[in-house]
Design a protein around this ligand. Structure first.
Ligand code: LIP
Length: 276
């Protein structure tokens, strides 16, 4: 275990340096009009910056660690397989919150999770526009700009601030579930917040600023880093129906406490997207 911890420290530092470099790319292009291409529908966008950031991260890490594997949003979008093995695997969203980036709404981030033997061992979520850096390593706590952070102690839905997203899908079935859940939250919880980035939503839970985040339809690259950051901040990450979290299921629920997570799971109208 000590060997793995030292290795993870090295991998983390290499990744953090590359993330900071790529952060400048996002920061330098946040204002002004941006060209984009449509992916799965008219609200699922990708820009040249998304691609450039992913190429830089994958190129830099594979040069350092030839045996490491990658699951990158844009590579998968271009046809690469989304395959998680026991090898050290970097799960990358180069610009999480691409719609925000296109509009110049300053809540976009680079999300980078590292899994070894299919277990998250490190996570980095970096919003370079607002200089927000969330990090975690297995067993070593979660940090916001170098300060250790902890989830809230909220155990009841009636006292919780809930984060979720409308998502980038026009699927009528999924929208029906969305409206049902919005209605339930507005009726039962303290309030609802949406930042436009799953990774940043999860980090708000880790920070203790929100108490729960859930979403259906996201992908592994949106949530791999947020999962370990929330858990290292003392929170929980489960399947939205109450079972164990599965990074490839395209479903996530993270919360400050198990009690709140399970109460929400009982109240949610469920949606089951096709897996990654
Ligand atoms: C986004 C997620 C967000 C989700 C959007 C989109 P992207 O990631 O962070 O939570 O609601 O549909 O998937 O596409 O900006 O990397």
């Amino acid at each position: 275990m000590a060997d793995q911890s030292a290795l993870v420290d090295e991998y983390f530092e290499s990744a953090l340096s590359l993330v900071k470099t790529c952060g400048n790319l996002i920061k330098d292009h946040i204002t002004g009009c941006k060209d984009f291409v449509l992916k799965s529908c008219d609200i699922d966008l990708v820009t040249e910056i998304d691609k450039k950031v992913e190429e830089t991260l994958v190129g830099g890490l594979s040069k350092l660690y030839a045996d490491h594997k990658f699951i990158g949003e844009e590579a998968v979008s271009d046809g690469a397989k989304c395959e998680l093995t026991d090898a050290p695997t970097w799960v990358i969203d180069p610009v999480d919150g691409t719609m925000n980036f296109v509009h110049g709404f300053p809540h976009s981030c680079i999300s980078l999770g590292l899994l070894i033997n299919k277990e998250a061992v490190a996570g980095i979520v970096y919003n370079p526009i607002l200089e927000q850096l969330f990090t975690a390593k297995k067993g070593k706590g979660a940090f916001y700009n170098g300060r250790q952070i902890h989830v809230s102690q909220i155990k009841e839905l009636s006292k919780a601030l809930i984060m979720t997203e409308a998502g980038t899908s026009r699927d009528p079935e999924r929208q029906k579930v969305l409206f049902e859940n919005f209605k339930m939250i507005i009726t039962k919880a303290h309030g609802i917040r949406t930042l436009g980035s799953a990774a940043l939503n999860m980090c708000m839970v880790a920070l203790g600023g929100a108490d729960l985040n859930f979403e259906f339809g996201i992908h592994a690259w949106d949530i791999a880093a947020g999962d370990i950051i929330v858990r290292e901040a003392g929170g929980v990450c489960i399947d939205p129906a109450g079972g164990p979290f599965d990074v490839l299921s395209r479903r996530v629920l993270c919360a400050s406490t198990e009690e709140l997570a399970q109460e929400m799971a009982k109240n949610l109208c469920q949606f089951y997207p096709e897996r990654d």
